[in-house]
Design a protein around this ligand. Structure first.
Ligand SMILES: C[S@@+](CC[C@H](N)C(=O)[O-])C[C@H]1O[C@@H](n2cnc3c(N)ncnc32)[C@H](O)[C@@H]1O
Length: 260
């Protein structure tokens, strides 16, 4: 089954996706953050379900999860975990009845470049009044250590409109346009990882940029290379920096009344 345009990168990385993104430990951590915010009596829609690794962990915690995704390669893996409860669909055009969903989740979806206005428009349409959309962002926090300053500047040059940023500042206004109220964050969980400037430069120059979902081309390749040179020129470039971050859930609620 061919994938829709824009998700070919995910077809390519599907075989290594889980292991290269923290494996079951990440998925279990996300499920632990989401589960207390979900009603186990109602089913959950996972939008951008990917390989189903997070959905499978939610299932283990007693939730019934349905999933949609645009990448056939990712979905093939989700199907092996969730069976027939997954379908190919665009998050911006959900094959779901209006006001039929109590709770939906997305983990690491909105930084990959889908049309976020379309996604929030669809979420607002399918949620029942009072229903909730729980989002775990990939870039909810941008560390401002010496690596972070260079990488953040690079991201801002490559994406001046911020269409790859998925923290509250970027998403709350878009949600509000569609009558989704941003309630704040929940289930915050501090994380830390180590990376050296050299490792970050290698990852960027090998195209590991931003989860591999954001392939650069043309003039942008030169911009990435400049950032890599700056990273390698930092003091002690082989010494890993401990990067303090946190994973959190953003909670959006469908207003009980919304006048467009
Ligand atoms: C970084 S992966 C995250 C997958 C999964 N949620 C997880 O946490 O493991 C992003 C997923 O979003 C999917 N995706 C990107 N744009 C989409 C769209 N417009 N509609 C549906 N899925 C989309 C990709 O195919 C990919 O599987």
């Amino acid at each position: 089954m061919p994938s829709a345009p824009g998700t070919a990168e995910f077809d390519d990385i599907a075989p290594v996706y889980d292991d290269s993104r923290g494996g079951t430990a990440r998925a279990a951590g996300f499920a632990d953050q989401l589960a207390p915010l979900l009603d186990s009596e109602r089913w959950v829609l996972d939008i951008g379900v990917g390989t189903g690794i997070v959905a499978a962990e939610l299932t283990e915690r007693g939730h019934t999860v349905f999933g949609v995704d645009l990448s056939a390669g990712m979905l093939a893996r989700a199907r092996s975990r969730l069976g027939r409860r997954v379908a190919v669909a665009d998050a911006g055009r959900l094959p779901v009845r209006t006001a039929s969903v109590t709770q939906a989740v997305s983990t690491w979806l909105l930084h990959t470049g889908p049309d976020r206005r379309a996604v929030f428009g669809e979420v607002a349409r399918i949620l029942r009044p009072g229903g909730r959309y729980l989002v775990i962002p990939a870039r909810g926090m941008r560390p401002v250590d010496d690596i972070g300053r260079i990488v953040n500047e690079l991201e801002d040059r490559l994406d001046p409109a911020g269409s790859r940023q998925d923290g509250p500042q970027s998403l709350a206004p878009v949600a509000a346009e569609h009558g989704l109220v941003y309630e704040g964050t929940a289930s915050e969980r501090p994380t830390s990882f180590e990376v050296s400037p050299q490792q970050m430069a290698r990852s960027l120059s090998e195209g590991g940029l931003f989860t591999g979902a954001w392939k650069v081309s043309g003039e942008d390749v030169e911009i990435v290379q400049q950032a890599c040179e700056r990273l390698r020129a930092l003091p002690d470039p082989a010494v890993p920096r401990v990067r303090e971050m946190s994973d959190f859930v953003m909670v959006f609620t469908r207003a009980r009344r919304h006048h467009r």
